[in-house]
Write a protein that binds this ligand. Structure first.
Ligand code: PXL
Length: 272
């Protein structure tokens, strides 16, 4: 008999497989973690209209039943959130974290998608800020989400990232990691991890060409897997940075519209 640590993702399905719960499950698997999903929405892409994304919500009581299955029926070592899609769902997630005393809670505050920089569902974003940041062991915004959460007009430099991390920490998250990524003004992709005392800067040269669909989901899923396996936060984040860097270095073209991070790269190319 062996022990396999367990993680849950509460997230949407990216039917095309690169992001969402598909990215989460693949990442859990690569890092040796047993994955379970509470599905919130199904996202489809229109091959006849420029890969336009349509979002189909799952009924609330069905999400509740999924959470009951996982949290009462099995139990978890860590969890993450992804696309939640409505304020009501954010409220349900907050209630579940409290009710089941969940630990190793990774909040990926999915508010924007690569295809648009607009906040997708403003009431859901507001609810994440009000209810989920304070319940996060770690929150993993990109620079757009960080600007929203920190109430700043923009976050594009290392200094602005540090300012935003401080403000988000004040909302109650235990750790904040802001993903600089391609939207930064710098040549490097700089992530900053902040624990309330120290800023840890993790910098890699920007990778071109890079197909980065699913990068955010993959990164937060890798942190979740590390925590499920018992790593300390700093080590889980460092492992996740290595995982996502390999996934970006070996990213691939999916079709004429987009390309994805390569979830197999950490194992296949780095022999991890
Ligand atoms: O990358 C953000 C994201 C998260 N979750 C789902 C998605 C996407 C982007 O397409 O489809 C389900």
């Amino acid at each position: 008999m062996s022990i396999l640590h367990k993680a849950m993702t509460i997230a949407g399905s990216d039917t095309s497989g690169g992001a969402g719960m598909e990215a989460d499950l693949k990442t859990f698997e690569e890092l040796g973690v047993y994955g379970m999903t509470a599905l919130t929405v199904i996202v489809t892409m229109d091959p006849h209209n420029n890969w336009f994304h349509n979002v189909f919500p799952i009924e609330m009581h069905v999400v509740e039943k999924q959470l009951e299955t996982i949290l009462e029926g099995v139990g978890i070592d860590a969890m993450k959130t992804g696309m939640l899609g409505s304020a009501a769902l954010v409220e349900l997630v907050a209630k579940s974290i409290d009710r089941y005393h969940l630990r190793n809670v990774v909040i990926d505050p999915v508010m924007v998608c690569k295809f648009s920089d607009e906040i997708m569902v403003p009431e859901a974003a507001e609810a994440i800020k009000r209810l989920l940041v304070q319940r996060a062991d770690i929150i993993t915004p990109n620079v757009l989400e960080a600007a929203y959460l920190a109430d700043m007009p923009q976050v594009r430099t290392v200094e602005e990232i540090k300012e935003a991390a401080g403000r988000i920490k004040e909302l109650g998250a235990r750790y904040v990691v802001i993903k600089g990524g391609e939207r930064m003004d710098e040549d490097a992709a700089v992530d900053i991890l902040y624990d309330g005392k120290n800023f840890r800067e993790m910098s890699v040269k920007k990778i071109y060409p890079s197909y980065n669909h699913g990068a955010g989901c993959t990164y937060s899923a890798a942190i979740t897997a590390g925590l499920a396996n018992g790593l300390a936060m700093e080590d889980a984040v460092a492992q996740a940075k290595a995982f996502i860097t390999a996934a970006l270095e070996h990213s691939f073209v999916l079709n004429k519209f987009t390309g994805c991070t390569n979830h197999t790269a950490y194992k296949v190319y780095l022999n991890k």
